[in-house]
Write a protein that binds this ligand. Structure first.
Ligand SMILES: CC(C)(COP(=O)(O)OP(=O)(O)OC[C@H]1O[C@@H](n2cnc3c(N)ncnc32)[C@H](O)[C@@H]1OP(=O)(O)O)[C@@H](O)C(=O)NCCC(=O)NCCS
Length: 344
């Protein structure tokens, strides 16, 4: 059955014309949505506008390639391959979705093979993928078995946590007061959208080190080249997604950014807030700047919108310091994000 289906399904690389076509992209989003929400109906998922904004934006540090599997003119699966261009050029990573009624036809395997070939042709030696798993079935879940069947090894487990909002302002104040005596001399400031120009360089250095210092399992990442151009692109992407980007930073007296925490939230219907990175520079850890930047940022988004319901975050299971701050703030574990790797 698997082999037969393989021949019936046509895998196409989607070009810029397809990317600009709302009908094709709606199919892409819908397949993705059904695939990702299967068995987890109430999980937060981005809106179509957020998805379009992200996929149609540029990141000069990564190449994005879209693929779709068609049965006749029906999209039955799809995938995105991202290849780092300025650093970590041995690696590429992907998301893969097969529509729920189309599973076990060999479509997932065929898509994975196409991505691997594309990455190999581009001299990549490591290919990475991720999948969401329920806690109670993380070792034997279908996605885990699919990854194994395609020759992938588990690289890392991350835990997805949610924090219900609103958090009472007195509680936030308590965290801010607790941290304050430990970081006297640093200023904590929040910016919506881009930070002022004089902070961009030191913020970029910090953002580039996140993947080096955060635990990433069996795969080591080199420092990421976050250039001022890429930073401007990230800010523009967030705006194109219809989201506000809240950046809270800690500054030395000479205005070097030594810690940061980013939250992004929709300016439209969604009431969910996405926690992106939080990072404290190696030389400035132990001053409770992680808790301070997160608490101040949370207060800022709650002040902006009183109807927010949830913050979503994800960290390596072994990232004790970050996890302890999150648990302290009331984040609760929801599910597991497994990361897989294959050496090509
Ligand atoms: C994971 C996913 C892509 C699999 O797609 P698929 O088209 O059903 O996969 P295939 O039919 O190519 O399966 C290939 C092999 O994986 C294994 N496999 C896939 N689904 C399985 C399941 N439910 N139970 C056990 N093994 C499974 C089998 O060994 C299968 O080969 P076989 O059918 O010859 O036994 C699909 O379930 C999906 O879209 N999930 C949500 C998104 C996701 O998590 N993607 C990332 C995966 S790393």
């Amino acid at each position: 059955m698997g082999a037969l289906a393989w021949f019936l399904v046509d895998i196409r690389a989607l070009d810029d014309t397809a990317l600009a076509d709302d009908v094709v992209m709606r199919d892409f989003y819908d397949v993705n949505r059904r695939a990702q929400l299967h068995g987890r109906l109430h999980a937060p998922f981005w809106e179509f506008g957020e998805f379009l904004g992200a996929f149609r934006s540029t990141d000069s540090g990564e190449r994005q390639e879209l693929f779709a599997a068609y049965d006749g003119d029906r999209m039955v699966g799809n995938a995105v391959l991202w290849s780092f261009l300025l650093d970590n050029t041995d690696k590429a990573w992907f998301h893969l979705s097969v529509d729920v009624p189309e599973r076990r036809r060999g479509i997932g395997r065929a898509l994975a093979q196409r991505l691997e070939q594309t990455a190999k042709d581009d001299d990549r030696s490591l290919i990475l993928a991720d999948a969401i798993l329920p806690f109670d079935d993380r070792e034997c879940h279908a996605h885990q078995r699919f990854a194994a069947a395609c020759g992938y090894e588990l690289s890392n487990y991350e835990v997805v946590r949610h924090l219900p909002l609103p958090v009472p302002d007195e509680q936030i104040q308590e965290w801010i007061d607790e941290a304050a005596p430990r970081h006297a001399g640093f200023t904590v400031q929040t910016f919506v959208g881009a930070v002022p120009d004089d902070l961009v360089e030191s913020l970029c250095v910090l953002l580039g080190q996140l993947a080096v210092d955060a635990p990433t399992g069996a795969v080591d990442f080199d420092e990421e080249a976050v250039t001022p151009q890429r930073y401007a692109e990230m800010v523009a992407t967030t705006a194109a997604m219809g989201r506000a980007r809240y950046e809270t930073v800690a500054l030395t007296p000479d205005r070097q950014v030594v810690a940061q925490s980013t939250l992004a939230m929709s300016l439209e219907q969604s009431t969910k807030v996405y926690q992106w990175g939080t990072f404290v520079h190696r030389e400035h850890r132990g001053h409770k700047l992680g808790l301070a930047t997160k608490a101040v940022n949370l207060r800022a988004v709650q002040t902006m919108r009183g109807d927010l319901t949830l913050v979503i975050t994800q960290n390596a299971e072994t990232n004790n310091y970050m996890v302890s701050i999150n648990e302290r703030m009331g984040f609760r574990p929801i599910e597991v994000a497994a990361e897989f790797v294959k050496r090509l």
